[in-house]
Ligand binder design. Sequence first.
Ligand code: SAM
Ligand code: SF4
Length: 319
Amino acid sequence: MLIDQFGRKHTYLRISLTDACNMRCSYCMPLSSYHGTKSNKLMTADEIFELASIFVQNGITKIRLTGGEPLLRKDFDTILKKLATLPVNIGITTNGLLLDKHFENLVKHNVKHINISLDSLDAEEFKRITHTGQLEKIMLHISHLLTLNMIVKINLVMLKNINEHAIIDFVKWTEKHPIDVRFIEFMPFEKNDWNKEKVLGYETVLNTLAEQFDILKIEDETNSTSRNYKVKGFKGNFGFITTVTNPFCESCNRLRLTADGKLRNCLFAKNETDLLTPLRNGENILELIQQNVLSKAAALGGMNDLHSNSDRSMIQIGG
Ligand code: SAM
Ligand code: SF4
């Protein structure tokens, strides 16, 4: 098992397949000139499989493929096919634009958990936030996922004065659909123009929602990063990822592998461990992983308080 100095067992690995994206969400990828890392610096499908196998042999039971936009990888199907041979639960976090090309393979490889980023249900507003997002197309893809009985979670980053009114629309959406909407507090990353005043905290939002809906607290899964609720009688749920106002570091079971093969033990970690170069040189990877896990800080990558000084953007880390 990958256990850190605070006794936290790490069973969940998020693998970024690329740091390129076909959308430009203001909170994530503000650098319009950023086109991602050159492909020879990215992990190949075989290298992803080799590294993932080492993690799975050492206690990882859940892998989520993310990015950047993971479905931009031309060899996405090959990667999925290889990973599906491991005894691990696989999920995907995607902006949903390219999902239609992958429905068949997702079903074939038993991928049941799909998280989709969606920051507004209004097409104009969605375009303003994402620049290239096409709401109608993504909504069709979500409907199709539901007909395939996939477990769909929607991720919305709460942006003060930008999409805060949309939160109510999303809660209403859970009335007739078995979706799980997660409202995420805006987090600081490189050059995403973050400051504390822009953060819409979960308690404020929950209080506003409680004025309009009959809200019930529901159980949070072990190691869940979200505080979950539902409106009485509604089919779906909603929850809050409260990294800024109420971090959940004490139960963290996550590790992250960047698209260029660096291991990060926290979104806000100051250091990362290169696994790809040693893998290419035939060195012992497990030892490097164990050292990295042991160096994990108690909370927020060792920061006392969140501030905007991360050395990598969210898209480079892998969300
Ligand atoms: N492209 C995929 C997507 O959008 O779902 C996967 C990568 S994206 C970086 C993963 C998640 O990170 C998304 O749900 C996105 O909303 C979230 N995210 C990005 N920047 C964020 C920020 N500054 N604060 C909070 N969440 C953020
Ligand atoms: Fe792309 Fe996802 Fe970041 Fe939006 S949140 S820019 S879709 S990686």
